[in-house]
Design a protein around this ligand. Sequence first.
Ligand code: AMP
Length: 374
Amino acid sequence: MTQPPLERAHIGIIGAGQLGQMIALAGLALGHEFTFLDPSHRPPAARLGRHIQAEFDDQSALERLAVECDVLTFEFENVPVSALEPISRQQTLYPDTRVLRIAQDRLQEKAFLAQLGIPVAPHAAVDSLDDLQAAIAQIGLPALLKTRRLGYDGKGQVVLRHPTDAPAAWDAVQSQPCVLEAFVPFSREVSLIAVRSRVGEQSFYPLGQNRHAQGILHRTDVPTNDPAQPQAEDYARRVLTALDYVGVLAIEFFEVDGQLMANEMAPRVHNSGHWTQNGAATSQFENHVRAILGWPLGSTERTRASVMLNLIGRLPDARPLLALPGTHWHDYGKEPRSGRKLGHLNITSANEADCRAVAARAEALIFGNPGSAV
Ligand code: AMP
């Protein structure tokens, strides 16, 4: 539904982690104010606005957020839709609950993408050990068993290599509804950050090329003139239009024989778009704010060669990294914990070769320091 644009707004964000923090950093500069709903004590974004400390399904807290704010959004897509539906009738929520419903369930998401003609990995629904055995016979091995709900950063996933792995895999996912997905022999992983505003304007950032370790994003490069860009934009356009989508949307793809296959979509700002803070004309965070308010979108052009390195588990010393040319330090203010995203380093340069050379030196500093990245 298209509504009149708002001036200087009070924006409510469900979730107050680093994504909420970076949306607020961009939005404060535009003159907006923020209230966050998050169950944690002193979450990262709470430093930038009012914090309602409550569970994500706390109806009265959600109502308070809806009453106090002019528009609502989220940084975390695993919020129970049943809790958001009542408040979305009372206050504008972008992206909407229909989008959330699809993005929260891997099976629904794959069906939705496939119905738009977007290739996805061969897969089958698994609700029992018998289903799993039948799915293995249908799809073959190796394959990944993924929980339909609440999976992120490789969590809730088990690799199966042999039919005898089935009972242990089914135990490992604690008998939750799953999909079995064929193991895709991809040549690379890329993601597209797309944005569509409430007045229907849309724009796409250059593809990010992603490297994961243990299912967690470690590094994003931003190639110039990526040959996969037109296909990624075509697929993203289909999704944005089908959902009458408002806000930033990320779609992760595998590339196989030069063709894209969608892995998953995230209805929010995304880790693989963090490079846009320093390497694009307008960051994904600012464009998300502009989009949900119906403001004109900013240019998504890449202005500098860019690499993003995630800082995971423990923060390295910032000083030697910041002494490298073109580096930008982003610290989320979180307590260290193994496997936890604590910050990222953006590296920008006027040319590709210099950018990659600095990234190599930065990686040596980050990973060469024992325990600095897990
Ligand atoms: P996901 O949580 O689905 O994004 O998976 C995390 C990472 O696991 C992906 O970025 C891939 O590196 C890997 N992965 C997930 N699904 C597959 C698959 N079907 N085939 C090969 N690798 C996969």
